[in-house]
Design a protein around this ligand. Structure first.
Ligand code: 5GP
Length: 125
């Protein structure tokens, strides 16, 4: 069930299609909770997207509807990916857009993992 007031999950969104293997992606890591792949239009030397395997439109949907195991497993995996990519020494940024004002483009919850250069201010301007 989607969060009240939010649209239902679109099973044809691009990340759902990547999860089903209908569209190729440069895979970084996969386990029971998450799938990670390189962003098609990287904004930093490392720009990885991490998505849960379940059908959640956004962080609002995921945080409200996913099980504790899914939420815990997902965020542990995000940390593991960053560690395994060797990003902890120099540091990295996590970002999740939710809804219109954030500019969320793909309606499947995802975390951006940016690294590889100084990343500047959190919000430009
Ligand atoms: P959002 O704005 O929704 O937080 O971020 C969506 C991200 O998905 C963008 O950074 C965009 O470059 C990336 N993206 C969109 N379509 C594809 C695709 O087909 N493959 C991959 N790997 N990334 C995509």
């Amino acid at each position: 069930m989607p969060v009240s007031g939010l649209p239902p999950y679109d099973t044809q969104n691009i990340f759902a299609r990547i999860l089903r293997g209908e569209i190729p992606a440069k895979k970084v890591y996969e386990d029971n909770f998450a799938f990670a792949f390189h962003d098609i239009n990287p904004q930093a030397p490392t720009h990885v997207l991490v998505i849960p395997k379940g059908p959640y439109c956004s962080f609002a949907d995921f945080s409200a509807q996913a099980t504790d195991a899914e939420i815990g497993g997902f965020f542990r995996t995000v940390g593991k990916i960053a560690k395994d990519l060797g990003l902890e020494a120099s540091g990295y940024r996590l970002l999740a857009n939710m809804g219109e004002h954030s500019g969320q483009e793909v309606p499947h919850f995802h975390v951006h993992l940016f690294a590889g250069r100084p990343l500047g201010r959190m919000i430009p301007g």
